[in-house]
Design a protein around this ligand. Structure first.
Ligand code: B1M
Length: 215
């Protein structure tokens, strides 16, 4: 199979919620030397995005969306396991989570793995995380960066609340903040006063390094 054929089959596997094919394409792609994040970005993510588009226009319904999300999770697990894990943890400490009211965590999990693979110490708060917890945890572990993910236009407000709560507690200068998630934009980051917007996981690493003067 060519690289393109693998990407295409990976995409199809997610759209059709075909777990066996996801498994096969993830392993085959890695065995053939495709870089884990390339396989993710060119194969599996376009697949789940297509599912989102079909769901958005009513051509696919919640049960199918859930099934595709499950096989996407499987792909994410295989890809994440293929990322280098034991890097020196000298790049900085980041607390990351999906904001309250939001249970989307596939992208956040990819971001966490890539941060770890790039030498960051990561505290993964999970999903549906109360805003106060981002700050409490950052204080507790002595984080440099607070990272938040939001996938719903409604829950993006949680990212704004993080900025507000930090200011209220007089802690805004102490942490750098990075926001991400499909509906999130640079414009949103500017509007709420976040330090950076990250388009994808690799951009998150770039921005984090820049913010910490290591870029
Ligand atoms: Co939901 N969902 N969903 N969903 N879902 C969306 C977001 C939606 C756009 C689909 C659509 O209608 N077209 C829509 C939101 C519409 C809106 O807000 N305007 C939607 C909806 C409506 C819903 C429900 C309300 C559906 C319902 O119940 N009726 C419900 C909400 C539940 C809740 O959260 N309260 C819901 C539920 C679900 C599932 C549980 C079935 C499942 C999630 C499973 C899971 O995550 N464990 C799901 C899925 C899979 C999606 C879509 C199809 C795919 C999301 C995804 O995983 N993308 C999504 C459509 C879409 O986004 N195109 C959709 C792949 C992932 C790798 O990308 O998360 O964007 P992403 O992460 C990227 C970047 O954004 C970035 O890097 C990642 C890697 O490249 N990034 C960061 C993200 N966070 C970052 C943080 C950083 C840096 C970079 O630093 C801190």
């Amino acid at each position: 199979m060519t690289k393109e054929e693998i990407f295409e089959a990976a995409q199809k596997a997610v759209v059709e919620a075909n777990g066996a094919l996801v498994d096969e394409m993830a392993h085959r792609g890695l065995d053939e030397g495709i870089a884990p994040m390339e396989l993710m970005n060119q194969g599996f993510i376009p697949g789940i995005n297509k599912v989102g588009d079909l769901f958005g226009v009513g051509k696919l319904f919640l049960p199918e969306l859930i099934q595709s999300a499950e096989v996407m999770q499987k792909a994410t697990d295989i890809i994440n396991a293929a990322l280098p894990a034991d890097q020196e943890k000298g790049m900085g400490k980041i607390v990351v989570g999906t904001v309250e009211g939001d249970i989307h965590d596939i992208g956040k999990t990819i971001v966490v793995s890539l941060f770890k693979a790039n030498g960051f110490e990561v505290v993964d708060l999970g999903r549906d995380v109360p805003i106060d917890r981002f700050i409490e945890e950052a204080e507790k572990v002595g984080a440099h960066i607070i990272g938040s993910s939001a996938l719903l236009t409604t829950t993006m407000e949680g990212q704004k609340k993080i900025e507000q709560e930090l200011r209220k507690a007089d802690l805004r200068g102490k942490y750098k903040t990075i926001v991400g998630g499909a509906p999130v934009t640079q414009r949103w980051a500017d509007r709420i006063g976040a330090d950076a917007f990250a388009e994808d996981a690799a951009d998150g690493i770039r921005k984090a390094k820049q913010l910490l003067g290591k870029g």
